[in-house]
Ligand binder design. Structure first.
Ligand SMILES: Cc1cc2nc3c(=O)[nH]c(=O)nc-3n(C[C@H](O)[C@H](O)[C@H](O)COP(=O)(O)OP(=O)(O)OC[C@H]3O[C@@H](n4cnc5c(N)ncnc54)[C@H](O)[C@@H]3O)c2cc1C
Length: 285
């Protein structure tokens, strides 16, 4: 179905193939619209043709299995937080979904929109998905493709030229995870820095940082520094903070909420808090 608006046309295909065809014809994908609606404020133009994902069955579903969770691209933050609440190992994703933005935004903003907003450094789900080692499922003209989220984020602009993100798959091999964010002034502000930490069944630790650099990434230097301690449960908060300070290889980005040096500087404190929270998740404290 296509709705003719005064200045724009809105297509509502009922299949992924239909949405992809519209995208390849130059239409902009419209998910929750919370980022796109602010395009004029950012002085960005958007195409006349929009293609909504709302009428595609299945994209709004979450399937929770014993070895993985599959999250459709149109799942909202609110639905994600509700569905994952209480699932051991996925606390970081549930907290990221329930703590981002504000209730009105969370009711409509989608998982796909959060992953595909290219110039938004403070996306909460990205570090949580990186720490979880999520897989993204894309649909391109060549067919279906699954990629580790880190690979997708490394070259996101290129992938998004001719791609629809269809779902995110979370492996269920984690025993605990946590998500820490530092908003500067009040709820609803973009966080200055975000840190997600997860521990898997082999006791391997994964750290991922958002909002400090333009795109979220894993903190491999800290993971390697802590690798000899990985049998240690709980993580020692003071040692974690000290190693976070000595392994801080982030180049902070300057932005309206904070300067780059400040974003880097808060990371050891976030790491200390994350170590305490992870121990709590693991039932140790
Ligand atoms: C006031 C405010 C505060 C906010 N605070 C936070 C915060 O604290 N933390 C946080 O994480 N986020 C925050 N956000 C951002 C919010 O989460 C994003 O706006 C949202 O994730 C985008 O989702 P959407 O579904 O609305 O996407 P849309 O606005 O519809 O789309 C965003 C972009 O993604 C593309 N896109 C969408 N879905 C797909 C898909 N399936 N495949 C390919 N491309 C796609 C669109 O074409 C567009 O370029 C805030 C937003 C606002 C307005």
């Amino acid at each position: 179905m296509t709705v003719d608006l005064e200045e724009r046309s809105l297509m509502l295909p009922e299949t992924v193939e239909g949405a992809l065809a519209a995208r390849l014809d130059g239409a902009t994908i419209l998910a929750g619209g919370t980022w796109l609606m602010r395009a004029p404020l950012r002085r960005e133009s958007i195409t006349r043709a929009l293609v909504s994902l709302q009428a595609i069955p299945g994209l709004g579903d979450i399937a929770i299995g014993t070895d993985r969770v599959r999250i459709g691209a149109s799942v909202t933050h609110e639905a994600l937080a509700r569905s994952l609440a209480g699932i051991a190992g996925l606390e970081a994703v549930a907290t990221a979904a329930s703590g981002a933005a504000n209730p009105a935004i969370r009711r409509v903003a989608t998982v796909g929109g959060n992953l595909c907003t290219r110039d938004f450094a403070a996306a909460d789900l990205l570090p949580a998905f990186l720490a979880t080692e999520a897989i993204v499922e894309l649909r391109t003209r060549a067919g279906a493709e699954q990629l580790p989220i880190a690979v997708f984020l490394d070259d996101r602009a290129r992938y998004l030229t001719d791609t629809l993100l269809v779902s995110v798959i979370l492996p269920r091999n984690l025993v605990a995870s946590t998500h820490m964010r530092l908003p500067l002034r009040k709820a609803g502000d973009y966080p200055v820095a975000i840190l997600s930490v997860a521990r898997d069944r082999d006791r391997r630790l994964r750290f991922a940082v958002g909002s400090v650099e333009p795109v979220a990434r894993r903190w491999h230097a800290l993971e390697e520094a802590l690798a000899p301690d990985r049998g240690d449960m709980p993580l020692d908060p003071e040692r974690t903070a000290a190693l976070a300070a000595s392994c801080n290889d982030f180049k902070g980005r300057d932005g309206p909420e904070a300067d780059g040096w400040y974003r880097r500087q808060v990371l050891p404190a976030l790491a200390r808090r994350a170590a305490v929270a992870l121990a709590r998740q693991e039932g140790i404290r």
